[in-house]
Design a protein around this ligand. Structure first.
Ligand code: PLP
Length: 376
């Protein structure tokens, strides 16, 4: 069986975890957490990066920093993972979904402005598959209406938009280091802050509402409860696992891109015959090989294809069930405007195996099976 995902492992993880243990500092903000934060700051050109316990928690932290409250509205796509909406719904806000673009599966930037009301507080672009949303347009709308932009860059590390790292363009950016992402620490994430004025508040929220981060730096001589907060800092053992991958970030990205391009070249004949649609990478976007997806004719054909692949030892999957059609979506969200593409395109989309150690021969085999299914 060719797995859909294999968690990244570069070889030094055990050694670094052992070091974290030997340092007798296995809680948060030890040396590996600091190394990761600084590496990400440098890599992305961000003022401040703070590792968190997940991307979901990074987004919750962003919602707290933006002071999202009951009755606020937050604009986002419905074609996304639940966390994108959950982080705001937890604060009592309503998720306002607008349609996606069929080419990138990202939020349709031309649909955002009409969905803005007096209650709108933020826009949450999701960079699907590590391919950027149209950020120039989104940032211009946000500035015009004085809205926060919180990038769900869960899939976007090491990808750029017009030369800028995804996650570093909006007010706040959120990364995921879940085991299904390009870089992992088991469960984990990070928040990227562009403006210095949010750093202190972010550190306080992340540390249970205390100023312990300042205390650790010797800036105050005791720490105390300052504000609302939660526990969003990960163990240094998890950061040690992540550090082993950040040291090989380029190699991991290059390996994924090589397999991505292999799929893309080998599947062209199916595209030319109108049998499959393949991903589109708009000008100005450099992606990170997070995902190789394609679109079948419809849900029925997709179901048969995924079954056929499974019978042939290939684990391919689909996602997402659009959030407005889910039980919680009916309670906490509205879909503004027409759902022209969100449901239709999500029902056609499937993802082929993609991970750092995926072999060239495995991609050849997978594509052969897809071709066999389509009799070409
Ligand atoms: C993976 C993912 C998340 C959630 O990340 P966690 O680290 O598991 O909380 C959120 N949004 C998107 C788009 C994702 O792909």
């Amino acid at each position: 069986m060719i797995n859909f995902n294999v968690p990244p492992f570069t070889g030094k993880e055990m050694e670094y975890i052992r070091q974290a243990i030997e340092n007798q500092k296995i809680c948060g903000d030890g040396i590996f957490t600091k190394k990761c934060n600084e590496w990400i700051e440098e890599q992305t050109g961000t003022k401040k990066c703070l590792l968190t316990t997940s991307c979901t928690h990074a987004t919750e932290l962003a919602a707290l920093l933006a002071q999202i409250k009951e009755g606020d509205e937050v604009i986002m796509p419905a074609f996304t993972f639940v966390s994108t909406a959950d982080a705001f719904v937890l604060r009592g806000a309503k998720a306002v979904f607008v349609d996606i673009r069929p080419d990138t599966m990202n939020i349709d930037e031309t649909k955002i402005e009409a969905a803005i009301t007096e209650r709108t507080r933020a826009i949450v672009p999701v960079h699907y598959a590590g391919v950027s949303c149209e950020m120039d347009t989104i940032m211009a709308i946000a500035r015009k209406y004085n809205l926060f932009v919180i990038e769900d860059a869960a899939q976007g590390m090491m990808a750029t938009y017009r030369g800028q790292a995804l996650g570093s363009i909006g007010d706040f950016g959120c990364y995921s280091f879940h085991e299904t992402k390009n870089f992992s620490m088991g469960e984990g994430g990070a928040i990227l802050l562009q403006d210095e004025k949010y750093i202190e508040d972010a550190e306080i929220i992340r540390e249970k509402g205390t100023n312990r981060s300042q205390y650790n730096r010797g800036q105050v001589d005791k720490y105390t409860w300052i504000n609302q907060g939660s526990s969003y800092l990960p163990s240094d053992m998890n950061a040690a696992y992540l550090w082993a991958q950040l040291e090989h970030a380029k190699e991991i990205t290059d390996a994924r891109l090589a397999r991505w391009h292999q799929y893309d070249v080998l599947l062209q004949p199916l595209k030319e015959r109108g049998l499959l649609e393949l991903p589109v990478i708009p000008e100005g976007c450099v992606h990170n090989g997070h995902m190789y997806y394609a679109k079948a004719k419809d849900i029925e054909e997709r179901t048969r294809l995924l079954d056929f692949l499974k019978k042939n030892g290939v684990w391919a999957v689909y996602h997402y069930i659009p959030l407005h059609t889910a039980p919680a979506g009916k309670k906490f969200s509205i879909f503004y405007g027409e759902d022209r593409y969100t449901t239709k395109e999500s029902e056609r989309l499937f993802r082929l195996p993609m991970f750092y150690t995926l072999k060239e021969s495995e991609v050849n085999y997978i594509v052969d099976k897809v071709k066999e299914f389509y009799h070409i």
